[in-house]
Design a protein around this ligand. Structure first.
Ligand SMILES: NC(=O)c1ccc[n+]([C@@H]2O[C@H](COP(=O)([O-])OP(=O)(O)OC[C@H]3O[C@@H](n4cnc5c(N)ncnc54)[C@H](O)[C@@H]3O)[C@@H](O)[C@H]2O)c1
Length: 382
């Protein structure tokens, strides 16, 4: 029988245990974890030396506190700092990271710490998966998106010229330290992009959480520390529950892709550029998925309206008109959706909803309905 995830709350923060057989790990969530990183990581080490991978924005803000936290527990560190941004998730920087770890004599039993957003977590996790046929790694996620999503679940990888995340491995972290204090330095746009993934959890499986976000979202965005811990913990708990049920995405894990079939097509259409961040594409994609569900008679029309109202109230991207510049026409977008990893036997898979908090996976969506939806959404831009 599969064990279930457990959440504990102590004086030193919240912890979600992810009980994957042979690869169980904890996700620690709370303020002040970076200064305590040494004590928290020490039990995993065979020798007091770690490698850290980070990006140049995060390095300037949080690398020194992490290194101080490690050296306070007698742990030496070497660090590689890569350029910030999605284009770093590439063969080029994978090679550089792996070569650097070899030149630093990182051994089979050592640990790599990925300090950064989803880009560093995905790249670092993949580098750890292939170095010496696999070393362990610790995720220290610094963006909201990484804390609630990418650092948990073991999907690692890079982008290629053929598309996003097409090369990678399932490689679970040995520990995740989500220090909610570091969210304070995030640019508001990056915070809101991560919020797209938070609200996704409510929409896909927890109507109560969605309602909680409607009430607490503004405080969360304004920096309320307790609300931030609560939102990250609930999101991590939901992600971990799904990952434990379906680690390699044979079924339920696909629910986490709510909004992603549309979102990935929009990201591709905007060239994976600053025109549209991943979480922004997801938010617009969720609004479209609910609208599609309503058009197919699966959920009440109030639901897409409520989803859009909340995204708008948070100041998030909600509609195609929120994307600057030109977009392909409806057929062009459909074509891009067809290149999604989630296509099986040539059929597009959608995550649709019977209501807020009740999503399901289906391949049974008439292409004409999707085309009509996209045509209307594009027409609203004019
Ligand atoms: N592995 C998974 O399961 C999974 C899930 C969702 C998304 N992803 C991937 O995650 C990536 C997006 O993640 P992201 O949004 O974190 O992108 P990111 O890593 O590029 O971070 C966004 C920006 O925020 C900066 N940043 C990060 N933490 C900061 C902080 N505390 N203060 C100031 N600036 C900070 C980064 O330098 C970067 O410029 C995509 O590549 C996506 O494919 C992976």
């Amino acid at each position: 029988m599969t064990e279930t995830t457990t959440q504990t709350q102590g004086t030193d923060g919240t912890s979600v245990h992810v009980p994957l057989e042979g690869r169980a790990y904890d996700v620690r969530i709370g303020p002040g974890l970076l200064p305590r990183a040494g004590d928290l990581i020490a039990p995993l080490l065979h020798r007091p030396r770690v490698a850290i991978l980070t990006d140049d924005t995060v390095a300037g803000l949080h690398l020194d506190p992490l290194r101080a936290g490690l050296s306070g527990a007698g742990i030496d560190s070497v660090a590689l700092t890569l350029p910030a941004g999605e284009s770093t998730k590439s063969w080029h920087y994978l090679t550089q990271t792996v070569d650097w770890m070899l030149s630093e004599k990182i051994e089979r039993r050592d640990i790599l710490i990925a300090l950064g957003g989803g880009v560093i977590g995905d790249l670092g996790g993949f580098a750890a998966a292939v170095l010496r046929r696999g070393i362990r790694f610790v995720q220290v996620p610094t963006s909201l998106l990484a804390q609630v999503d990418s650092s948990v679940g073991g999907k690692t990888g890079i982008n290629t010229s053929h598309g996003k995340n097409l090369v990678g491995a399932f490689h679970q972290p040995a520990l995740v330290l989500a220090d909610t204090d570091v969210l304070a330095t995030l640019a508001p746009r990056d915070f809101l992009a991560g919020y797209g993934e938070v609200v996704k959890y409510g929409m896909l499986g927890d109507a109560g959480f969605f309602a909680w976000l409607e009430r607490n979202g503004p405080a969360l965005a304004a920096g309320d520390p307790a609300a931030r811990v609560e939102a990250v913990a609930r999101s991590v708990q939901m992600k971990a529950d799904i990952v434990v049920r379906d680690e390699t995405e044979q079924g339920d894990r696909a629910l986490l892709n709510l909004g992603h079939t549309f979102g990935h097509a929009l990201e591709a259409a905007t060239g994976y550029s600053g025109r549209l961040l991943h979480g922004e594409g997801v938010a617009i994609g969720c609004a479209l998925a609910f609208e599609l569900s309503a058009r197919l008679g699966l959920c009440p029309q109030e639901d897409p309206s409520r989803v859009r109202a909340h995204l708008k109230a948070m100041g998030m991207t909600t509609d195609l008109s929120d994307i600057p510049g030109d977009l392909p026409d409806a057929d062009g977008l459909l074509e891009l959706m067809g290149q999604d990893k989630k296509v099986i036997d040539g059929k597009l898979r959608f995550i649709l909803a019977r209501g807020i908090g009740d999503a399901f996976v289906t391949s049974d969506v008439p292409r004409d309905t999707v085309r009509g939806l996209l045509q209307d959404a594009l027409a609203a831009r004019d």
